[in-house]
Write a protein that binds this ligand. Sequence first.
Ligand code: TYM
Length: 354
Amino acid sequence: MAEEIKKERKKRSLSLIQPTSVPTLGNYLGAMRGWKDFQDDFDTVFGIADLHSITVRQDPQKLRTQTTQLYALLMATGLDPDKSILFIQSHVPQHSQLAWILNCYTQFGELNRMTQFKDKSQQHADNVNAGLFTYPSLMAADILLYQADVVPVGVDQKQHLEITRDIAERFNGIYGNVFTIPEPYITKTAAKVMSLADPTRKMSKSDPNPKGTVYLTDEPNVIMKKFKSCVYILDPPETIIKKFKSAVTDSEAQVAYREGKDGINNLMTIYSCVTGKSYEQIESEFAGKGYGDFKTAVGEAVVAELEPVQKRYNEFMKDKAYLKEKWTQGADLAQRVSQRTLDKVMKKVGFVLK
Ligand code: TYM
């Protein structure tokens, strides 16, 4: 018994994803796909970052739909709300409370250096709001509230992890060991899945070219409508294959991972990620074959990977009451864990507790 009590707590892994637009193959391969594996060895927390999503103007009805869809999709990828805390950020007010406090321990200059802020304020020049600027302190709150040890993310979130560590170290430096300093965990194979249309740019939910992105769900969105083309709930296999067939490559006709071959490198990354084959194996598999064969093979491998997820997703979406029950359970658990950290922080900074 004493042994049991002494047993060290499992390390905690945490990650969140925004419910903006529809998740892409980049989100899936770079982050979501690997999350379920953490459930065996870690104490796991996963969430939908809806508070973050309103830093860019959202259509309220769409945001609600996308959040529900994303919750179902996370479960479809294998996240089990009875094994992990699986919650929606806005259901847990502790995030906003800690974010405010952390804002007061974050420097203007630090926030001003964030590349995501620079990119997004250019993309949304008509709405450069304070939330967009202080986005990283909310993200730091997400992570630090749960004393997360590991944060699995794609490489684009690395800078946000670094600022989180800086904020935590600064706070700990003043008040003692309040926060666990989190480590980023960046998937090696698919840290950055690039657009199929412009392989020098990240595959992104906000990519104006729908051909560049493989969506995991099909909610026809503004971008799609603008381009008069629709992607249906869970990009159907034909659409996926079609997108891969029209992926931008080069004129060399040689499947090889090399500098300057951005399109082929990206396709090889995706293929390697879903089949588990190394770049060398892929090169010999397609030696002497044209890009057409290779693109079709990548498309088919992606379809094979996504089809079971899509099937489970459709099942979950049929039972909204069950989804609601699970996110309510997630919110209760998340509040319980995060309140412990918040109490500690409030005491340290000098607030009077209830
Ligand atoms: P978001 O919603 O943009 O993306 C969710 C996850 O997907 C990864 N990702 C990619 N990986 C590889 N290739 C791509 N093309 C690609 N596009 C996206 C992202 O790196 C991320 O891991 N700020 C975060 C959400 C967030 C968060 C957190 C994450 C809020 N609080 C706390 C971790 C911990 C974001 O906007 O991710």
